[in-house]
Ligand binder design. Structure first.
Ligand SMILES: Cc1cc2nc3c(=O)[nH]c(=O)nc-3n(C[C@H](O)[C@H](O)[C@H](O)COP(=O)(O)O)c2cc1C
Length: 218
């Protein structure tokens, strides 16, 4: 049983990374082998539209042919029983690195097959997938600005390709080490501090439970 988490934040110890670590602790509590991969440590780009993964009879059909730091990572996904993606929300969607990772992870397994074709995914097995999102806004603000459409779409695509998908949201996160040193008057530091103390631990617990659940199912 192997669970891999992917951190789409450049920060290795902050909100997203902490929640992913908790999810992996949950997986480990059920005996799973775990690994946390920081995407910002890797040298890679998004899909380059070479279509090697779509070429009939080609060596790389259904696989990403690009040779960079992501290649061995994509191989690892083939051995995983569950994957958990995590990203901060940047301008209403996931971070650039997470987006590039998703293009490379998902496109090769998504054939342009006829809609009636039962093989809508070339990924060779069914695995659990989770997506953890962290953001400054509240749940109400996310819905009002309609950027919940992105997570909703990601959930649909991950489900189509890997067989299952669930999302976890951590709202109104604590963003700065010291709010007094940055221009961030929009935010009430007392409120943020309180949330950090009272709500973030609940989000961590939910992440732990996600990891544990994924490891139990398999
Ligand atoms: C470039 C950038 C853009 C951001 N855009 C948004 C946004 O559109 N909506 C939002 O709610 N938070 C936004 N944030 C805040 C982060 O999503 C939030 O602080 C997140 O929890 C950071 O994750 P981390 O602590 O793992 O790095 C942005 C932060 C940065 C650095």
């Amino acid at each position: 049983m192997k669970v891999i988490a992917f951190n789409g934040s450049p920060r290795k110890k902050w909100n997203t990374a902490t929640l992913l670590e908790k999810a992996l602790e949950g997986a480990a509590s059920q005996g799973a082998e775990t690994e946390l991969i920081h995407l910002y440590e890797l040298g890679f780009k998004g899909c380059i539209s070479c279509f090697a993964c779509k070429t009939k009879g080609g060596q790389s059909y259904g696989r990403c042919a690009v040779k960079d730091d992501l290649r061995p990572i994509l191989e690892k996904v083939l051995q995983a029983d569950a994957i958990i993606l995590g990203s901060p929300i940047y301008f209403g969607t996931v971070s650039g690195e997470m987006r590039s990772f998703m293009e490379r992870l998902l496109f090769p397994y998504r054939p342009y097959a006829d809609a009636r074709d039962p093989r809508q995914s070339l990924f060779p097995k069914k695995i659990q997938t989770g997506f953890i999102y962290t953001m400054n806004v509240t749940e109400k603000q996310m819905k009002a600005s309609e950027f919940d459409q992105h997570p909703h779409h990601n959930e649909k695509v991950l489900k189509l390709i890997f067989g299952s998908s669930e999302s976890l949201f951590s709202f109104d996160t604590y963003q700065f080490e010291d709010y007094s040193k940055v221009v961030a008057d929009r935010y009430d530091v007392e409120h943020k501090t309180k949330r950090r103390r009272q709500v973030f631990p609940i989000d961590c617990q939910k992440a732990f439970e996600m990891g544990a659940r994924f490891s139990k199912i398999n």
